[in-house]
Design a protein around this ligand. Structure first.
Ligand code: ATP
Length: 435
């Protein structure tokens, strides 16, 4: 039996209890909108990123990687339009001094915090973090933490194109941190001030951009399907004309049905030739490419897929979290795909006397590069629950019969089916679950 009782509070508590996510600087009362990832969280993130990369690079067209700098000069952000446009409307309550995003509020109503209606004017708030390079704090030394990873790809387009012997169409993928001084960070990992993005910019001829736009929208669906996300909770929402960003010729959001509503998970955009044209104009450098067929130069168009690691992390937790009733007891289980589950298998000696053969199996799994836990404390039932709660797909129990038949009991997290497996087949068995 499944009870649909997932709430943000339960996810936050589980993340802290089991070492997925901690509030940053918690012992100093925390930093708002910033989180640290514990051992299990780090494993889950790494698995998410690896799967994303696999899905970016498995198609016939070439997609290569780069890793740009986090600090960027003001010139980059001027050309990209961020200095002018990357702001949110902000409003303050003059009574309790609370600050809100104006587009989240009904300003005809009183402040939800103090109940008094006394708003300041709505002002635009620049979301980029500013800093200075070197000892002089003047306008020439001004730099910004990147609010997205994409611009590093655009400004390096020519470097990559001419150094890597790639042909258009091709893509550049990048995973890295981004920073936005969000007015109201909220919903745990959903809206952060420091987060990580997985972005891919696909360069193509203008006349093929629509084709590749549709193609990448479909390819992203394949990714979510592979992740095992409930596709009934995922939808593609095209942006209305008045909602499109200044650069966009068409954007769709992949939205997930969170407990707090349908919200953007990923954006796929047909950016036209806006980015390369802007950087070419502002830098004075030629970013067009020569077409051998037509013997003419052209500026490539760009199709972008942009997804937050943290937002997908949160989505996966919501999607995987279940409370089942097993033999009259409620168990919490994370039904994470074995492809991304932080721990792939747990080795459980039935009693301490069996630690030696269990330890041997544990070391064999680790040597095969499989993220494994060894758990010898508490009843077997308790140990199963501990592994269910962190999404471990299989528990391997060593019992006294193991000493005779060289088999272990493999207990499946989802079906609860138990089967005997020969010890020398265990590594392949666990690896096969991740395929
Ligand atoms: P929103 O409308 O939610 O502010 P956006 O449209 O500005 O998002 P994009 O600039 O398209 O977001 O960013 C691409 C992706 O990066 C988003 O789909 C999301 O997954 C992730 N992302 C953006 N901002 C944040 C944030 N503050 N915290 C966590 N993830 C974010």
């Amino acid at each position: 039996m499944t009870t649909e009782t997932v709430t943000l509070e339960k996810i936050v508590a589980l993340c802290k209890r089991r070492g997925f996510v901690f509030q940053s600087a918690e012992i100093y009362s925390g930093l708002n909108g910033v989180y640290d990832f514990g051992p299990l969280g780090t494993l889950l993130r790494n698995n998410i990123k690896a799967l994303w990369l696999k899905h970016m690079t498995q198609w016939p067209e070439e997609v290569i990687q780069m890793d740009g700098s986090i600090l960027g000069s003001g010139q980059v952000w001027k050309a990209s339009g961020h200095l002018e446009n990357f702001s949110d409307p902000m409003v303050d309550c003059t009574n309790c001094k609370k600050r809100y995003r104006a587009d989240d509020m009904d300003l005809e109503r009183p402040c939800p915090s103090c109940g008094i209606k006394s708003w300041t004017d709505v002002r635009q708030f620049q979301l980029m973090f500013e800093t200075n390079l070197g000892a002089m704090a003047d306008s020439a030394s001004k730099a910004y933490l990147r609010p997205e990873t994409a611009q590093a790809i655009f400004i390096n387009f020519k470097n990559v194109f001419s150094s890597c012997r790639v042909k258009i169409p091709f893509g550049i993928a990048q995973i890295g941190k981004a920073f936005r001084n969000e007015i109201t960070p909220k919903q745990f990992l959903f809206r952060l001030r420091e987060f990580e993005q997985m972005e891919m910019e696909f360069f193509c001829k203008g006349e093929t951009a629509r084709h590749f736009f549709d193609m990448w929208i479909e390819r992203r669906r394949v990714f979510y399907q592979d992740l095992g996300i409930d596709l009934n909770k995922l939808r593609v929402r095209p942006h209305a004309a008045d909602e499109l960003s200044h650069y966009s010729r068409g954007t769709v959001d992949y939205e997930y049905n969170f407990p707090f509503g349908w919200k953007e998970l990923e954006g796929v955009a047909n950016r036209g030739d806006f980015d390369l044209t802007q950087h070419s104009t502002h830098s004075g450098k030629e970013l067009a490419v020569f077409d051998e067929e037509t013997k003419a130069s052209y500026v490539p168009h760009v199709v972008e897929c942009s997804l937050g690691v943290d937002r997908l992390f949160l989505t996966l937790l919501f999607d995987a979290y279940h409370e089942d009733e097993v033999e009259g007891e409620v168990r919490t289980v994370l039904r994470l795909s074995p492809k991304v589950a932080p721990i792939k298998a747990a080795v459980l000696p039935l009693v301490k006397k069996l630690n030696e053969p269990a330890e041997k199996l544990y070391q064999a799994l680790k040597a095969a590069g499989i993220s494994t836990q060894f758990d010898e404390s508490g009843s077997i039932g308790k140990r199963y629950r501990r592994q269910d709660e962190i999404g471990t797909p299989v528990c391997l129990t060593i019992d006294f019969v193991t000493l005779e038949d060289n088999c272990v009991t493999a207990r499946n997290r989802d079906t609860l089916v138990q089967e005997r497996i020969a010890i020398d087949r265990v590594v392949d068995y666990v690896l096969a679950m991740q395929r």
